[in-house]
Design a protein around this ligand. Structure first.
Ligand code: ADP
Ligand code: MG
Length: 353
């Protein structure tokens, strides 16, 4: 049974991903209901309904569940137990969320699915950091198991004996220690999957990061990366199937000389897929809605020969007058208040003809 236009789609989380989902949903004739503790977020500005509530407010989640026909989430740092009140209305389910929000569970799961990851250890004390650094050798990176995004909650250990500083820097939280990967590029596989197992991929973008934050995604990826996409897609699909994932799932990869290594998964639409809004026939946002509502898939073909997407981070958003003057650019501004350093304020896409 599909959930058709006219229905109401709940979105938990009110950031830019929620905003772009809501805009795609509106075009297809759905109404959106956003739940977020922040009343001024990007998604609420473009949605029919808004509930201001904490993500663990069970009363608010129950009324929200009653008011929507289907619900989804736009980020993964959400309380799994509380979201269970949404039952079958929540797509993807809390299983995808539970795995993706804990880096140790995530890596173990990827390995169970046959995906390759950088050597890693779960740690919960300074002594365990020292032991892991000794076993893995430098450089390694500590990443908190939970709550990390855009490079936050991470600290590198570049020389033996410096584990304690990194442990302090991440706030002495349960973490993973991961071998530094000498990758020649990063890329992502974005897959949309339906409840009946149908699935489709977009072309993979090559992703450039600075200080842990995505700066640019380019499609098509270069030939050396392209050679790894087949193996990467197989891994991504096995992960999506093992999660019984419904909706869009993103898998970030390191392209290394040993082949593609999974970096992390996101059970949702992703920054490295923003280029699909103008650069593909069907965007990741529309496809996510089609998948969770049981509509047929749209085409994921390129709309032109490729695309380049640049994030506008912090002050860069103040470049908008110059960017809108270029008729070839698609400028997206997320409607966030203050342009704090490191904050994703917008993005700009150029479709390559
Ligand atoms: P986040 O959840 O913040 O996106 P990631 O684990 O994806 O965290 O790390 C952000 C970026 O930091 C990666 O895209 C990559 O550029 C770099 N990075 C993370 N882990 C490693 C690693 N093991 N080796 C080399 N670079 C890494
Ligand atoms: Mg990442």
């Amino acid at each position: 049974m599909s959930i058709g236009p006219g229905s109401t789609m709940g979105i938990i989380g009110g950031g830019q991903l929620g905003r772009m989902l809501a805009m795609a949903a509106a075009r297809l004739g759905y109404k959106c209901h956003v739940l977020d503790p922040d009343p001024d977020g990007p998604a609420a500005q473009v949605s029919a309904h808004f509930t201001r509530a904490a993500y663990d407010d069970l009363g608010a989640l129950r009324s929200f569940a009653d008011s929507v026909d289907v619900a989804t989430y736009e980020f993964e740092n959400l309380p799994v137990g509380a979201l269970q009140v949404l039952g079958d209305k929540l797509r993807p389910s809390t299983r995808s969320l539970a795995i993706a929000q804990d880096r140790a569970k995530e890596k173990a799961f990827i390995e169970e699915c046959g995906g390759r990851v950088a050597s890693w250890r779960a740690i919960a004390s300074c002594d365990e950091v020292h032991a892991a650094v000794a076993e893995l050798g430098c450089p390694v990176v500590l990443k908190t198991r939970r709550w990390g995004y855009d490079g936050k909650g991470q600290a590198w250990v570049r020389e033996a004996g410096h584990g304690a500083e990194a442990w302090t820097a991440i706030g002495e939280e349960p973490a993973v220690v991961e071998a530094g990967v000498d990758f020649f590029a990063e890329f992502s596989v974005i897959v949309a999957r339906w409840a009946d197992g149908r699935h489709c991929f977009w072309d993979s973008a090559e992703n450039e990061h600075g200080e842990g934050i995505l700066r640019r995604s380019t499609v098509p990826a270069n030939d050396r990366v392209a050679a790894q996409i087949g193996e990467a897609r197989e891994a991504a699909l096995r992960i999506a199937e093992a999660l019984d994932h419904v909706g869009v799932l993103t898998v970030e990869f390191f392209a290394s000389n040993e082949g593609p290594l999974v970096n992390e998964i996101a059970p949702r639409v992703h920054n490295s897929g923003h280029w699909t809004i103008e650069g593909a026939v069907t965007s990741q946002f529309e496809q996510h809605i089609r998948a969770i509502c049981g509509l047929p898939p749209g085409s994921t073909e390129l709309a032109a020969s490729g695309a380049v997407m640049d994030n506008l981070i912090g002050d860069e958003v103040h470049r908008w007058p110059e960017l809108v003057r270029d008729p070839a650019l698609h400028v997206h501004i997320y409607g966030k208040g203050e342009a704090r350093p490191g904050r994703k304020m917008g993005h700009v896409t150029k479709v390559l003809r």
